[in-house]
Ligand binder design. Structure first.
Ligand code: GMT
Length: 374
């Protein structure tokens, strides 16, 4: 059994969810898991044996304009490596987490291996300040193994950063015991959604790259033809602009702004279609969450989305920004009940089989074993 330190963003977000759920699964296998983060990870809400949490504390000295969080993290990681005699540090994101892990490895006396998982196209690689390029290259080259959450992200990283070393794809997964379709009758009633109304859903952190305007305009097109509602789950920089757009389009009575929500499986259980028209998306964990709840997805043809949605089988892939096609596909699925049923079944099957959490856990374990030379 291994002692594994996990560094991730503890807040809501796909990478934090994956890091935490993976930690929980590894702990169930008997490994000892040490989360080293600024606060308790969002999903770590139950007491689990073998799971420890080390909080990174940092002092605000008046001489520093910005508190040196990354250095505080590296110091804490080094302390935990030595105190707990960790075998592996699994860093989620090259910057800053892999860099902190490398620094910690140099500071620590006990020997440790570093596994880095790359999560996001815009954050990890693209659209990023060029001054960070060297640091990302360094983080990747100095890790003992590097994984990416899709082939698309692995290839983009290699191309853009001229990386020679292998980057192995290990897909994301969902916790199957939580993500399943539940009876939605009562919940729909509480939300004032009528039996005959169809429900479209979008879940994100409302960043510009998620193209919420396309979500609302797609819904507007569907609503013209089919009695329906749109559930917008999440919060972020685009919230006000999208709120205004919904008012302009006079859709405020049928678009529900739900803000950040914890019970995503229940919300997905009310949904008939999930929309993800992002312009950057290395995987799109929300797609997998929807698929596990039997919700067909329509997403854009970018990044890792085509690796998650099977076009014409579990949902549809359309070109970026082609709102008309998104509308047409949504109407097609909502009108044809038997097609919707088939897509729903296939979506669930694909989520359970291709992205089985057990399988993904084994893939990570094999990587740990390999870097340890066992
Ligand atoms: O998409 C975001 O803004 C959040 C970000 C994160 O840190 O969770 O998501 C990235 O990692 C997820 C988990 O691997 C992926 O499902 C998302 O596609 C990826 N986001 C982007 O590539 C933009």
């Amino acid at each position: 059994m291994l002692k594994i330190g996990i560094i991730c963003y503890p807040s809501v977000g796909g990478s934090g969810i994956i890091a935490t759920e993976l930690g929980k699964m590894l702990a169930k296998q008997g490994h000892e898991i040490h989360f080293i983060t600024s606060s308790i990870p969002f999903r770590l809400n139950s007491l689990e044996p073998n799971i420890y949490f080390h909080e990174v504390e940092f002092t605000h000295y008046p001489v520093f304009q910005y508190p040196p969080y990354d250095l505080a993290l590296a110091t804490k990681v080094a302390e935990v490596i030595d105190a707990e005699e960790l075998d592996i540090i699994h860093a989620h994101y090259a910057v800053p987490h892999a860099i902190c892990a490398i620094l910690a490895k140099q500071m620590a006396k006990h020997s440790v291996k570093i596994v880095t998982t790359l999560h996001g196209t815009d954050i990890t690689v693209l659209g990023i300040d060029l001054s960070l390029k060297k640091m990302i290259q360094f983080g990747i080259e100095q890790s003992d193994a590097v994984t990416a959450v899709s082939n698309s992200l692995a290839n983009q990283t290699k191309d853009m950063l001229q990386i020679e070393r292998p980057i192995q794809t290990v897909y994301n997964f969902v916790n199957e015991s939580e993500y399943k379709r539940a009876d939605n009758t009562e919940l729909k009633r509480k939300f004032g959604i009528k039996e005959e109304e169809k429900v479209l859903i979008h879940i994100s952190n409302f960043r510009k790259v998620k193209r919420l305007e396309d979500v609302v305009r797609t819904f507007a097109g569907v609503y013209k033809e089919i009695p329906s509602r749109l559930l917008l789950v999440g919060d972020g920089p685009e919230y006000n602009r999208i709120y205004e757009l919904v008012r302009e389009l006079q859709l405020e009575n049928v678009v529900h702004f739900l803000g950040k929500q914890k019970n995503i499986p229940s919300l997905l259980s009310m949904a008939d279609i999930k929309l993800l028209p992002s312009e950057k998306e290395s995987f799109g964990l929300v797609l997998l969450e929807a698929m596990a709840c039997g919700v067909p997805c329509i997403g854009s043809n970018i990044g890792g989305i085509p690796e998650v949605i099977e076009d014409g089988v579990t949902g549809y892939i359309e070109e970026l920004g082609d709102v008309e096609r998104f509308v047409a596909r949504a109407i097609e699925l909502l009108r044809d009940t038997s097609k919707w049923q088939q897509f729903s079944i296939h979506a669930k099957e694909r989520a359970m089989q291709r992205f089985s959490s057990d399988q993904i856990r084994k893939e990570y374990e094999a990587i740990y074993t390999e870097v340890l030379g066992e």
